[in-house]
Design a protein around this ligand. Structure first.
Ligand SMILES: Nc1ncnc2c1ncn2[C@@H]1O[C@H](COP(=O)(O)OP(=O)(O)OP(=O)(O)O)[C@@H](O)[C@H]1O
Ligand SMILES: [Mg+2]
Length: 280
């Protein structure tokens, strides 16, 4: 369904210098799969997502969706960002229905479709509220409803829950898994939260940085719906942490210019990640 084939991305910075953000990024996602891209800040996660979304056409390699080269944004792919991007002057209902107008759908049907998706994300009671009258979790739910109402095959989610508190995030994980199980959408989910990636995904692609590339892939074969107490999830989390510890050591060595530096991995992960389930 999505094929990212040996993609290199070079940015030309304002001072004229070039910066290689992606180096031979290569992966594919099957129809209906839930895949996370996980990696440290700056490793190129959003760059990959923007290329698949069709926002940026200057890259080497090939990106295909259903066999067709991605040349521009399309109705088959909808992006949900960390910033919900709701229009502040429109109610939840109007925000969710907005994109359908562009599709030429009549008002009555627009509102019906929007109400249906608002129900899916459990916001029916708040359909007539404006974004500033909603909590962070509600805004993100509205943003998800606005994406779903367009009925895309693919949801591209760039750290959609990063700004939320832990409890709200856990609730939204369940809701998103529910929606995914019901709709069978293909989801590419970006995060630097290891637990989030493992809880939600069929596969986690761990990226390394400078330049960004896919370092390792982890299959998460735990039963659905996911149970946070499932020991299999903890095993995968631990394996990902170990993989990222090597990455962190590489970055620290580069920054310190000291090849002999060795990271005390256990203590760093206990402190940095707060034990299992932290972010990077
Ligand atoms: N328009 C741009 N011009 C120059 N460099 C850029 C541009 N956009 C991104 N970069 C650089 O490319 C690299 C990858 O950026 P990207 O935003 O994809 O990282 P990320 O993994 O999404 O990070 P974060 O987790 O912080 O969101 C970074 O070093 C960034 O500074
Ligand atoms: Mg990003």
């Amino acid at each position: 369904m999505i094929n990212v084939d040996n993609v290199n991305k070079i940015f030309t910075q304002r001072d004229g210098n070039t910066f290689q953000a992606l180096d031979n990024v290569d992966f594919s996602i099957k129809k209906g799969e839930f895949v996370s891209l996980l990696g440290p800040s700056g490793c190129g996660k959003s760059t990959v997502l923007n290329l698949i979304a069709g926002f940026d056409k200057s890259y080497e390699g090939h990106i295909k969706v259903n066999g067709a080269e991605v040349k521009e944004p399309g109705p088959d792919r909808v992006v949900v960002f960390q910033e919900h991007g709701l229009f502040p002057w429109l109610t939840v209902l109007e925000n969710v229905a907005f994109g359908l107008k562009q599709k030429g759908i009549g008002k009555k049907e627009r509102l019906e479709l929007a109400r249906e998706q608002i129900r899916t994300v459990h916001l029916s009671k708040f359909a007539d509220r404006y974004p500033h009258e909603l909590s962070g979790g509600m805004k993100q739910r509205a943003a998800i409803a606005r994406a779903l109402v367009m009925d895309p095959q693919i949801l591209l989610m760039d750290e959609p829950f990063a700004a939320l508190d832990e409890q709200t995030r856990l609730v939204l994980h369940q809701e998103l898994e529910d929606i995914w199980l019901k709709t069978g959408k293909t989801i590419l989910f970006i995060t630097h939260n290891i637990r989030e990636a493992v809880m939600l995904s069929d596969r986690v692609l761990v990226m390394s940085t400078r330049p960004g590339t896919i370092k390792k892939e982890f299959n998460v074969q735990a039963a659905r719906p996911r149970d946070s107490a499932d020991s299999l999830l903890h095993h995968v989390e631990k394996a990902i942490m170990e993989c990222l510890a090597d990455e962190l050591e590489k970055v620290v060595k580069e920054e310190m210019g000291d090849d002999t530096y060795s990271l005390k991995k256990n203590s760093v992960f206990d402190r940095t990640f707060g034990g299992m389930g932290g972010g990077i």
